[in-house]
Ligand binder design. Structure first.
Ligand code: NAP
Length: 255
């Protein structure tokens, strides 16, 4: 299996203090990659590092707000200083943002969602790509959503716009950097059982309704199922895939 060709590579994963990012960091460690975890949440980040150390892996945590250019620039510099290179980057940090109508959004709430989900990924690629170019190889996976392909739930126009924009950004970067050996793809999870979806007890009825009416596989996805897809996309097994937005959604988009 070509996944073992990730052995000894370095993976930088944002938003890895929780959910999909944490599962992805652990999955990289399991295939022998060195893992850099970046997140705004320090406690969760250190927990992810400990989980990786417990399975014999190598990981560091660097507290980072992905919407800050200065912090992202420092993050990327530090990862290269510690591990010598970056081979895989998973730009996963994101927020759902406020749920309200398009008209009722405040400018501050709109800007916050776009700044983290869209500008944050652009900043990550802006500072990652020069290092990937230096070594002439690299795989970037940007965490989009089914909300990047359709308006999946009412009340999330900023989130939906950010994820649609992220797929466009992914395609543009894939076209620009293919010739220098860098592949750029997006993953579009459906409804995944992470704190983003499950932390609000008032949403339980809504979640059960999605499962009943919209998910052909009849359940939420797990963070590990998304992580496996990311690992595959970063591996040489996906060497001819770039500019793609891959859904991991239990069949939601097929309906
Ligand atoms: P999660 O469990 O909430 O994890 C997201 C992580 O990102 C959290 O640790 C969060 O910290 C961190 N974060 C938030 N703002 C940040 C910032 N400015 N800089 C750095 N880190 C920041 O969410 P998840 O469900 O794993 O989501 C991961 C990605 O998958 C997101 O991009 C999300 O849009 C996408 N996605 C998720 C689903 C789903 O069903 N779960 C579906 C489609 C797409 P705090 O907890 O402190 O905010």
């Amino acid at each position: 299996m070509t996944l073992d060709r990730l052995l000894g590579k370095t993976a930088l994963i944002t938003g890895a203090s929780s959910g999909i990012g944490r599962a992805t960091a652990i999955a990289f460690a399991k295939v022998g990659a060195k893992v850099a975890i970046a997140d705004i949440s320090e406690t969760g980040g250190e927990e992810t590092v400990n989980l990786i150390h417990q399975i014999g892996g190598e990981a560091i945590f660097i507290k980072t707000d992905v919407s800050s250019a200065k912090q992202v620039r420092e993050l990327v510099k530090k990862v290269v200083a510690v591990y010598g290179a970056i081979h895989c980057a998973v730009n996963n940090a994101g927020i759902e943002g406020v749920r309200t109508s398009t008209v009722a959004y405040s400018e501050a709430n709109w800007d916050k969602t776009i700044d983290i989900n869209l500008k944050g990924v652009w900043l990550c690629m802006k500072y990652q790509i020069p290092y990937l170019r230096e070594i002439g190889e690299g795989a970037i996976v940007n965490m989009a959503s089914i909300a990047g392909l359709r308006s999946a739930l009412p009340g999330f126009s900023a989130y939906t716009a950010s994820k649609h924009g992220l797929i466009g950004l992914t395609k543009a970067a894939a076209v620009e950097y293919g010739r220098v050996g860098i592949r750029v793809n997006a993953v579009c999870p459906g409804f995944i059982d992470t704190p983003m979806v499950s932390k609000d007890p008032t949403r339980q009825a809504e979640i059960e309704n999605w499962i009943e009416t919209s998910l052909p596989l009849g359940r939420l996805g797990t963070p590990q199922e998304v992580a496996e897809t990311v690992i595959w996309l970063c591996s040489p097994a996906a060497s001819f895939i770039t500019g793609h937005a891959l859904v991991v959604d239990g069949g939601f988009m097929a309906r």
